[in-house]
Design a binder for this molecule. Structure first.
Ligand code: PMP
Length: 428
């Protein structure tokens, strides 16, 4: 493959955009080389500016669960655009998508739409603080909840990929209110709570972690958190930006049968347009302005194009009773295939997966938290990434990311991917 046109476009971009990208993980900094510039995408495939085709396992970092340029979403957006792109007034469409989301997700009465996952998590924390009248929050090392100040403390995803899990620009004052705990370590959480009696407003967690690669919650961990939260007057916030409308219609809450107090959404809920949302029961949501004192707003929140895309996406997921089983079956098939070829090549690895989230860690020990995720062999990952790219398979350019399986992937695509991995594994 040649990447000539992408390289040229990247050089032009670097002159006017920091690092040539509008979000750090898009740059190939962690793996070396030049990011591919995508021209178009359809179904399971990306097409770059040099005319190369790739099977896509990033899928816009999660949203495209039904594949790229999914017809009902494209039609909904184009038709809607003809009616005007933003009014700054309520629209009937907002109520339609809100009602559908509330009907799909367990344990929520109301939902508010914002423009990104970051905004959703940031607003959820403010709401939790307003509700509990407490200041501190607990987050887990390696979890990523967007780039708002309170969360850039041992954050995962791009923050850890670039070695800055604690960012300059986050004040000491903000950082002191974010307490850290280890994923899958309930004792650790208990200790933190005991050391800060009546001070913790919320525990925020990715119920299935996806930003240190995929890490499933161990048995009883989330149940334990739920019990601890209830006993200590702490709100449990599930950041379902990745897992929402992906692991089940009702997200991780439904799949794992645990009720959170506030749930954050992003990615799939916007069908590929910039959308986030947060939701809870009435007693919590009614504290939001204009009903209550907790302020939160947005000029483009509930934007008609974004809502049209999101509604078309949620309707498609709601109407297809077999979709989540289908996705899980494809993921299991891929995991089995990768397992076979990497074993045969005598590579040290661990595959973690839940539903349609999967990741390959280059370490043979179980990967259960940030520390064990960080043990992965990054040099092997770099070769793996570039080898797959050359074979026409596009995975995230960082070992700390999850691959997303979409309904557009066929078993031929999965076989192609497994064969590519078999070939690449020879050179690892
Ligand atoms: N929470 C989680 C779990 C995420 O994965 C992400 C983004 N990858 C975010 C929050 C932030 O969302 P956004 O990038 O839309 O601000």
């Amino acid at each position: 493959m040649t990447y000539q046109r992408s390289s040229q476009l990247f050089a032009e971009a670097e002159a006017v955009i920091p690092g040539g990208v509008n979000s750090p993980v898009r740059a190939f900094k962690a793996v070396g080389g030049t990011p591919i510039f995508v021209k178009s995408a359809k179904g399971a495939y990306l097409y770059d500016e040099d005319g190369n085709r790739y099977i896509d396992y990033i899928n816009s970092w999660g949203p495209m669960i039904l594949g790229h340029a999914y017809e009902p979403v494209v039609t909904a957006v184009t038709e809607r655009a003809k009616l005007g792109t933003s009014f700054g007034t309520p629209t009937a469409l907002e109520t339609q998508i809100a009602a559908l989301a509330v009907s799909m997700v367990p344990n929520i009465d109301k939902i508010r739409f914002v423009n990104s996952g970051t905004e959703a998590c940031m607003s959820a924390i403010r709401l939790a603080r307003g509700y509990t009248k407490r200041d501190k929050i607990i987050k887990f090392s390696g979890c990523y909840h967007g780039h708002s100040d309170s969360f850039l403390i041992q954050a995962g995803s791009g923050a850890v990929t670039f070695g800055s899990p604690n960012s300059p620009g986050v004040t000491q004052g903000t950082a002191k209110d974010t307490l850290l705990a280890s994923y899958n370590n309930l004792e650790n959480v208990k200790t933190v709570i005991e050391a800060n009696p009546n001070e913790i407003a919320a525990i925020i967690i990715e119920p299935v972690a996806g930003n240190m690669g995929c890490i499933p919650p161990q048995k009883d961990f989330l149940e334990g958190l739920r019990t601890l939260c209830t006993a200590n007057g702490i709100l449990l916030i599930f950041d379902e930006v990745m897992t929402g409308f992906r692991l089940a219609k009702g997200g991780a809450q439904e799949l794992l049968k645990i009720d959170a107090d506030i749930v954050c959404f992003g990615k799939v809920i916007g069908g590929g347009l910039p959308v986030g949302a947060f939701a809870a029961r009435n007693e919590i949501m009614n504290l939001l302005a204009p009903l209550g004192p907790v302020y939160q707003a947005g000029t483009l929140s509930g934007n008609p194009l974004a809502m049209a895309a999101g509604l078309a996406m949620l309707e498609a997921l709601n109407n297809d009773t077999a979709i989540f089983d289908r996705l899980a079956e494809k993921t299991a098939y891929l995991a089995k295939g990768i397992n076979t070829v990497l074993k045969a090549a005598k590579i040290e690895f661990t595959i973690n997966s839940v539903g349609s989230m999967i990741s390959v860690h280059f370490d043979s020990n179980p990967v259960t938290d940030f520390k064990s995720a960080a043990n992965g062999d990054n040099e092997t990952f770099k070769k793996f990434f570039h080898g797959l790219l050359e074979e026409g398979v596009y995975i995230a350019p960082s070992a700390y990311e999850t691959w997303f399986i979409t309904d557009a992937l066929t078993y031929e695509d999965l076989d192609f991917t497994i064969a590519a991995i078999e070939k690449v594994a020879q050179g690892l």
